[in-house]
Design a protein. Sequence first.
Length: 82
Amino acid sequence: GGFKAGSGGWCGGGIYFATTRHDTDSKAIGPHSHTGFIIVATVDVGKVLHLNKTCDRSMTGKKLARRGYNSIVFNPGDGDEH
C-alpha cells in the first residue's frame, strides 16, 4: 500500500504535492494524469532542498539523501511544488 513514486518529473521520479487546491489546476497535467486528483493531506517534508524552476530531472531519493535532505521545493512558474 501507500504512495508509489513516479518514474519521472521536474525533479526526477517522486511524489509531487502542490501547496494549494488552486495550484493543482496547472500541475496535474502529465500525459497520464488525465484531470489529476486532489487529496487533502498534511505532509512532513523533513529537511527541504530549495531548487530553481528547472529543478533536476536526474534527482533520485538516494542523491537527495546523500546531500542531507528529505524533500525538494521548487517553483516551475505556477506555484511551489514539494
